[in-house]
Design a protein around this ligand. Structure first.
Ligand SMILES: [Zn+2]
Length: 652
């Protein structure tokens, strides 16, 4: 492992706290050291308080901050006198500790100090760095962890047996170091078995670089013992089974989950370890995100998920002391021959779990190669998973959105109604995959937090590729909005070009049939699955010169009705929305609007609102209607045709 310190970057930080920010970020930049909010750091600084009185402070990482991106205000200034006094107490509850730490801050608006603040304070060095390095987990998660640490580091480190982080850990360390002179003894750090590493020094660079040095020694120790390993394990991919797995896990969780499949050789190798599910987390902190163990998926997917839920309930019953049980769904699954599947409310959440699961797989492999892996007893992990203070961290997120965790495929969404539909679904929490022939679609979708895929919907292979991409990346498909369409130029039947007719039918009808042919198997495995076609007011109120368009939309309506009959047994809803023309798209220039209004002898305003309610229909009205039709509001509606046209006497 390389030190990321450069004098050039360091020169931007001149004071003690600035350098603390700098080296904390260096730790945070390395995912082999800390992942997603893990680890903590501190610096001790003597200052004058508001009244000019001298005060010794421990600036310790505030909770909610990530080391990779921490700022000065991410550190909480806590009075050393209070922290040292707390360390002398025989006992203290964690909630009392959190309250007293807050009360001892000189800035009441600073974030809550890390629960390791007391531990940072009692270490007699200016800078203290703490990580959950993978290599330390690989070294210490075994029966002979302590012996390995001694062999690797000699007398350079203090070894602390596993105890619960927080007051008990601080107290344990306090007793170990009491009366000792760590500087004279040449102690560089402290290994917490099955938890992580501390290093310390009186300057920022030395404390950080000792951290890198000790982790590098652990990596070298492990590498020496690592066998060649089972490289090149080929992964199987069964996307329908992946969709089933996602559905089973989402049902146990109580709401839709995004699923991320990792089929790297390391992931497949990990899934191949017969007893992977007993190789708990690398550091107990991870259990908050991943639970203690993953689900083990065999041939019968729903039975495997049900087994996990049952054994989770039993684990809770064995260990609980009055807590409320969390949902019994796994946060990740090891799937024999396929790899690791991670779950989350959003892609971001699922990726956090995937990062931790991936690190676990790689690290367990290292530990195994070094002679064995032994996780913490379940009781210790339970205490972290159900720790009131840790649970509070996860409750900070916003309330769930209507389509949170759902995967929505929308066609023809580079502009107009299709774009508005994609935007409404994304705003309401869905992971949207937008398909369009427009080369700009990836960039257009990126702007609304969606994924764009360039597809010619009339080509079979391209459609298959787009659907498989969606399932591979997100685990399934719940919502399909079949919208792609063209409006050909006005032509009366006796003057119509055959190719215009053919092309309109190909895009407005046949491409939808192709999409259904390929997507329905996945939608049947979706969550509250819904298919929505975008029809047109022209179906019931056609106009002269629009035969190709009106006929294609009429046939599309019939396709929707047949699909609703075929899919009802699978609880897949199939409905169609019939919008009136919308004028807020780039197709309608002011000149074009004026021309059309003139043709009807109307003003532009009259033309835009020529319906019974005299309201203009906007793209967003259709977007919001489609999002509603895909929501649980329409859970028991299928085969319906919903007009969004302000009322039309020919339709009514
Ligand atoms: Zn820790």
């Amino acid at each position: 492992m390389q030190s990321l310190w450069t004098d050039e970057e360091a020169s931007q930080y001149t004071d003690d706290l600035g350098l603390r920010v700098f080296t904390s970020r260096l730790l945070g930049r390395n995912p082999e050291l800390v992942l997603h909010g893990g680890g903590n750091t501190s610096v001790k600084i003597d200052e004058k308080d508001f009244f000019g009185e001298p005060v010794s402070l421990c600036y310790v990482k505030g909770s909610g901050w990530d080391l990779a991106t921490i700022e000065r205000q991410g550190f909480a200034p806590v009075r050393m006198s209070a922290l040292l006094k707390m360390a002398e107490l025989a006992g203290m509850s964690d909630s009392d500790m959190v309250r007293e730490q807050r009360a001892a801050m000189t800035k009441p608006d600073a974030p809550a100090p890390s629960i390791e603040a007391i531990l940072h304070a009692i270490l007699p060095f200016k800078y203290v760095d703490h990580s959950h390095a993978n290599a330390i987990a690989a070294l210490t998660c075994s029966k002979d962890g302590e012996a390995r640490v001694k062999e690797c580091f000699g007398k350079r480190v203090i070894i602390v047996p596993y105890v619960m982080p927080g007051f008990i850990l601080a107290k344990t360390v306090y007793d170990v170091i009491k009366g000792r002179d760590l500087k004279a003894e040449g102690i560089d750090g402290m290994v917490l078995l099955k938890h992580g590493l501390f290093t310390f020094a009186d300057d920022a660079r030395t404390s950080y670089e000792k951290h890198i040095e000790l982790v590098t020694l652990a990596e070298q120790y492990l590498a020496k013992r690592a066998a060649a390993g089972a490289a090149g394990v080929a992964a199987k991919t069964d996307l329908l089974a992946l969709a089933r797995l996602r559905k089973a896990v989402s049902q146990k969780r109580g709401f839709p989950q995004i699923a991320r499949l990792n089929h790297s050789p390391e992931a497949v190798a990990y899934a191949g370890l017969g007893d992977a599910t007993v190789r708990g987390p690398l550091t107990p902190d991870h259990s908050i995100r991943t639970k203690r163990i993953p689900a083990m998926i065999g041939d019968d997917i729903s039975a495997s998920v049900a087994d996990y839920a049952e054994s989770y309930a039993a684990y809770f019953a064995r260990n609980e002391s009055g807590q409320q049980m969390l949902d019994p769904a796994p946060r990740f699954a090891v799937w024999k021959d396929h790899g690791i599947v991670s779950f989350g409310d959003t892609v971001k959440d699922a990726n956090i779990v995937a990062d931790i699961a991936g690190a676990t797989a790689a690290t367990v492999a290292l530990g195994e190669a070094a002679g064995g892996w032994e996780p913490l007893p379940e009781k210790d992990i339970f205490e972290i998973e159900y720790w009131e203070l840790e649970q509070a961290k996860l409750k900070k997120g916003p309330a769930r959105k209507v389509h949170q965790g759902k995967v929505a495929l929308v066609t023809g969404c580079a502009a107009g109604i299709g774009f508005a539909i994609a935007e409404s679904l994304a705003e309401q929490g869905a992971q949207v995959i937008g398909l369009d022939i427009d080369k700009e679609i990836p960039e257009i979708m990126r702007r609304i937090g969606a994924v764009g895929f360039v597809v010619n919907l009339t080509e079979d292979q391209a459609v298959t590729d787009a659907i498989e991409f969606t399932v591979r990346e997100f685990g399934g498909i719940d919502i399909v909005v079949s919208n792609a369409g063209i409006f050909p130029k006005n032509e009366y039947l006796d003057a119509m070009t055959q190719s215009d007719w053919d092309r309109t039918l190909l895009i407005n009808l046949t491409s939808h049939q192709k999409l259904m042919n390929k997507v329905i198997p996945y939608v049947k495995e979706g969550l509250e699955p819904s298919i929505i076609f975008v029809g047109s007011r022209n179906f019931k109120a056609p106009g002269p010169g629009a035969a190709a368009y009106s006929c294609s939309k009429a046939a599309l309506t019939q396709l929707c009705r047949v699909a609703s009959l075929e899919l009802a047994p699978y609880k897949v809803r199939v409905n169609i929305v019939h919008p009136d023309a919308v004028f807020d798209t780039k197709l309608w220039t002011p000149e074009a609007l004026q021309r059309s209004a003139d043709r009807y002898g109307m003003t532009v305003e009259e033309y835009k609102t020529k319906n019974l309610m005299k309201v203009e229909i906007k793209s967003k009205d259709i977007g919001n209607m489609v999002a509603a039709m895909a929501s649980p509001l329409f859970l028991k509606v299928t085969g319906a045709q919903i007009p969004v046209d302000g009322g039309n006497d020919r339709v009514i």
